[in-house]
Design a protein around this ligand. Sequence first.
Ligand SMILES: [Zn+2]
Length: 327
Amino acid sequence: MSHKLKVGELKEHYLVDEDIWRVFSIILSNKSAKSSTYKYALVKSLIENLYSVNDKLELSYDQLSYSFTKVYWNLVIHHHLDKQNRGSKNARAVTVIKEFKEKHDIPNEFSFDKINHSLQLKLVSKMKSVMKENVFGALYGDTKATFYEFNHYKEYFRFQPSVHRFMLNYQLLLVNLTNYHMAKMIEELNEVPSINYLLDKVESIAKRSSLKPYEKILLNYFEANCFYCSKSLSNSENVTHVDHFIPWSFVQSDQIWNLVLSCNRCNTSKNDKLPDRSYLDIIIDRNKQLVNQPPLEIDSMENYKDNKIILLYDYSIKNGFDKIWTP
Ligand SMILES: [Zn+2]
C-alpha cells in the first residue's frame, strides 16, 4: 500500500527515455487502476513547477499544493465538475474545496486567483494534507519508486534527475497527453456535452484569469515602456499588457521572471511565438534588477537563475516553438 507511505526513497538512479515513456504511458492511460483524477492533477502540478526546483531538483509541498489546489478549485467550483473519482463517495479534495467555499462564502464565479491571498494559503495548506494522504504515495507506487522521492516530515518532493530532464525535453507532449487523459476521465465521471468541451476547460485550468497583479508589480519596479519596442505605455491610447516572454502555452505557468510589460501592438503580433534571441539578454538583465528587490507579494524570484530562462528558451524551440518574432 504505497499511498500510506510517509517517506518514499528513490530506487533507481538513472533511467533512459524509453523507460520513462513506458511508465508515463502506463500512468496516463487506462492501464493503471485509477480511482480518481489525482494523478493527472499531480502531473500537471509537476509540469507547472518544472522550473521552480532548487539545485537539488526539489520542490516544497507548498509549491505543489498551490498548483494542485488551483486545478481542483477551477474544476470543481468554477466549472462545476464535481465528480473526480469512481465510486459513490466524493474525492477528498472535492469535499475539502466545497466545504472551504461554503465556510468562507466565496462566489462560484471566482476562479482560484481571484480568492484573496491569505484564504488561498489556508486552502493550500488543507489540500496539502489531502496530497500527503492520497497523492504522493500513490503515484510513487505507480512509478515503482523510480520517478521521485518524497518526505512528509520535511515536506519535500525531489525529481529523479533523468525524469526531470525528460519532462523538460517533452514538456509539450506531456501537457497534451495529460490534459487529454484527464479530460477523458472527467467526461466519463460527469455529465458533460463532449470531450472537446472538457479539453478546453482542462487545458486552461492552470491559466490565470488576470495578470493585473503582475502589471502592478512590474510598474512599481520599471518604467512604463514596452519591453519589445520601447514605446511608452503611459499615454492613454496604448493599452498595457503583461506578456509571457516564453509563451504561456509552453511554460504553463506565470512566473514574474518570464513576464514583461508590452504594448498592445507587440502583444497581439507576438501572440504564441518566441521573441528573437537578442531579447534573451535583455530579459536576463531585467531579471537581475528583480532579484535585488524585496520579496514580491504574489511571486518570488526564489530559485530563479539566469540559465533557467535560457534553458526554457532552448527547450521551447525543441518542443516546436520555432517561429521567432521581432516587433
Ligand atoms: Zn511594443
